[in-house]
Design a protein around this ligand. Sequence first.
Ligand code: SF4
Length: 369
Amino acid sequence: MNFSSPLGVYVHIPYCRSICGYCDFVHDPCSGCIPHEFVDSLIHEIRITARGGQADTLFFGGGTPSLLSERDLHFILNALHDKYSFTDLEFTLEANPDDVTAEKIRIWKSCGVNRISLGVQSFSDRTLRYLGRRHDADSARKALGLVSDNFENWNLDLIYGAPRLCDWKDTLFRALSFKPPHIAAYALGLVAGTPLGDGDEKRYEDLTILRLYRRCEDVLRAYDHYEISNFAKAGKQSRHNLKYWRNEEHDAFGPGAYALREGSRLQNTPFTDSYIADPLHKMETQKLSVLQLKLETLIQHMRLREGISEAYFFQRFQEDISVLFGKVLQKLVEDRFIRYNDGVYYPTRKGFYLNDSLALALVLAIQNN
Ligand code: SF4
């Protein structure tokens, strides 16, 4: 374990050609071309604020980074390469199936992209229409064919919990037929402020959603279920996202992006117009206390099958985990949210299913201490 390990770098491209009904990410509509003034501001932010140094993961997320032109991609990457020394790089780019063409794949590969995350969500046209996705199942299949022929490492995003529920099993099996190295499966959230969240949509009971989740676990049993919502073949876990789940330091650029830097959480404004006007303005800079950092690190690790070891915690914080968290960890073991074995605390299946309750118990225990 080395806590001065290389950084992860995130770049947020907020533009989308159409807006999905469930989306609560930072996004802005565009005709298909990313505005130059946005790219200029992004490059300015990178040039002025990047801390630089060694980095080993780069993630272009969105929004829809697959809308970036070759020219803009090169401009942004040049700015990043001027600041960071990338070694053994995992470079992920999120793509909408509609944008995947042989030409785009050539461009991405020539830029060093070596992992594609494809927002498929479903193989049911009815579900895709319900979600407001701009692609259909056929374009998802074509994109998957191109991606799987050209990349050894890629992810497929899926969503469950949309009507009709019976489409979920079919979607899972169709996804499996492409032999994806990595699958991320998330429950549909009906979030206030989104078209579906504000509409008159049917909300399924927790038990129904749990049944869909368990179906996913069952169908994907050949995968390493390494994080609550993420499944990977051996060696294909998302190295970038693992940095978040281990609460490790990372830089982040673009509207709404969060960085964790020297124990401070920095957040950019989520409003793209404000970001373009002043890309250096931080909406929030929060210095985390050492206690917050320890608590967040513990909570985040409880999303991971690997759990957290006493040795890891001690090496990172020079403190025995039991000094601060011993009582609450013991209680969580008794309540079967976690188990303890050979110096490691692991979330149980119950701990995965009821992860919010597990996290809340940890927060409350510290507040009442
Ligand atoms: S493509 Fe992604 S970011 Fe864009 S609107 Fe849809 S869910 Fe949101």
